[in-house]
Design a binder for this molecule. Sequence first.
Ligand SMILES: Nc1ncnc2c1ncn2[C@@H]1O[C@H](COP(=O)(O)OP(=O)(O)OP(=O)(O)O)[C@@H](O)[C@H]1O
Ligand SMILES: C[C@@](O)(CCOP(=O)(O)OP(=O)(O)O)CC(=O)O
Length: 418
Amino acid sequence: MAAKWVRMVTAQTPTNIAVIKYWGKRDETLILPINDSISVTLDPHHLCTTTTVAVSPSFDQDRMWLNGKEISLSGGRYQNCLREIRACASDVEDEEKGIKIAKKDWGSLHILIASYNNFPTAAGLASSAAGFACLVFALAKLMNLSEDHGKLSAIARQGSGSACRSLYGGFVKWNMGKNEDGTDSRAIQIVDEKHWDDLVIFIAVVSSRQKETSSTIGMHNSVETSMLLKYRAQEVVPKRILQMEEAIKNRDFPTLAHLTCADSNQFHAVCLDTYPPIFYMNDTSHRIISIVEKWNRTEGTPQVAYTFDAGPNAVLIARNRNAATLLLQRLLFYFPPGDGVDLNSFLIGDKSILEDAGLKDAKDLEALPPPPEIKDNVPAQRYRGDVSYFICTRPGRGPVLLSDESQALLNPETGLPK
Ligand SMILES: Nc1ncnc2c1ncn2[C@@H]1O[C@H](COP(=O)(O)OP(=O)(O)OP(=O)(O)O)[C@@H](O)[C@H]1O
Ligand SMILES: C[C@@](O)(CCOP(=O)(O)OP(=O)(O)O)CC(=O)O
């Protein structure tokens, strides 16, 4: 009879947002990109994936539950990650629980996985990035891998390209690499999350519906049809990567802001240059760009950078807490909550920013004056309800293990979802 033990590991992994975008693959199976990219990892307290993985001789197949619903693991991306990680697995011994797994046993043992994203899935908030990074990190701990984070990042990359950057905190670079087998296409940390801790990041969730064109299909079509993407990958990105790394190391906000906005705009220009054209941004996204551009111009030096991934949600990086409070006043002036939505659920994440901005309730929102940069113009229009909600966050750390069993998503006795 098979032994009764269940070995279980739970991990938490942040998402990341690119400031120099990855868009386009040179190998679609191995997920090898056509250019380097740079991202900032977001504080997992606000946006993260939690994943529990379990192994037991009593499991008869690999299974996974995502946000409470069973999903198929038959897709190539899950299969590639599972195969790669099993190939690196080591011996595991836990005398107390009577667990003894030899390296060679991992090929025949089955895994159960449960994962939960604390933010909308497949809505352009990089759920696949946090999700695959967390899966690979948790499995690596379960299987006692001795490989470093660089190797784990190369495995997570095969689940979703952007996932390779979520293995580290702070600012992270994904080196596109040269090798055909992809072994050198992995992420490295540029600086950790403490290096530039003045930065405050807002996400304006413009729509949390699933998008029409996935990043995978979108970038495939861009590689096939966009001349602008070729130019971008060969001529533009290499220079921007060097400048961005310098800006990050020197905490040079004007350069970071300039490059971040320019790179987001070029990525969306590539989407338009793709056939059939892809529209990820909408009117609200464009309005947010105009508001930020106008304010930055009035100040004479950038206070805020904006960037948009494959969806309409804005990610706004404020240079410091003071700029963040001024930004929040502007955002809430233009995009007040819809009827019946209270301020407490309209701004989530680090809510202490509301106090700093002197905003306690709906009355304070109504009393917000129009930003001074539009004073002389026609009365400013307000777009009530056009932003579903805001998240206030900051740069954060990489993956961690959660040792408290109460945080596990699987039952320690059966291995099934709790
Ligand atoms: N927690 C998770 N664990 C494992 N896989 C996940 C997890 N969350 C999402 N995924 C996978 O990622 C897919 C969604 O990826 P997709 O790229 O479409 O959206 P996104 O990552 O939210 O947006 P984007 O990458 O464009 O910012 C899901 O269908 C699922 O396969
Ligand atoms: C616009 C982006 O967010 C694209 C992310 O694409 P994915 O990593 O989701 O794509 P696949 O590798 O096909 O899974 C830019 C970025 O994160 O760099």
